[in-house]
Design a binder for this molecule. Sequence first.
Ligand code: PXP
Length: 245
Amino acid sequence: MLFLGVNIDHVATLRQVRLATYPDPVAIVPLIEKAGAHGITVHLREDRRHIQDQDVRRLRECITTRLNLELALNEEIIRIALEVKPDEVCLVPERRSELTTEGGLDVVSQKEMISRVVTRFHEKGIKTSLFIDPDISQIEAAMQTHTDMVELHTGQYAESTGSIREKEYRRLCEGAKLAASLGLQVNAGHGLNYENTEKIAHIPELHTLNIGHAIVARALFVGMEAAVREMLAIMQKARNKGENL
Ligand code: PXP
């Protein structure tokens, strides 16, 4: 079984570019859950460029699947997360000038600090994930922080073509295998779309894919429910093929 977490940041982006009251990211949740998605992901950024504090609080009240809150190692946001109590958090690196999350978290150089943050979330019963590149050293360091999960960064795979994409794909396959062998739940995400997700869905160790931009964009043409169902069908097809091999 491969789970889908739908990232709804860019529903809020559409609202924030006009500082309007719509579209409301909370109002889209029932459509996503009705379509069969397994969770909702949002990133509360330091600059609040899309999701706002109030959105996270309201989402906590209405989500019937799972709320995954992405956040940087920022004390103010960590406190909000501890108070709101999402089902899980994903620690991500963040730079104000970036268009989106550009690279994985450097766990190796911040291992002790990340371990302390992981412990604080565990004390509140919140599961943790670390968004990392599929590097052996980062995966091993992640395991040492006692995180429950890692999310492997698929951005380099998604943005490349030809032999480089093949190489990135192999890195993801090997990274997923290593992380699973260390007892971590292995998720993946970033830059996944209706063209490049099937190959990723074939990686048997993956538990959840977190996908946002492509689904929100597709929803403009077919509606949110259909956009989610189409992505789930791609993921399911890949898994069925794998099981029949
Ligand atoms: N996973 C993480 C950790 C992310 O930061 C993002 C982007 O916010 C995503 C998944 C979703 O990426 P995309 O919007 O490209 O599908």
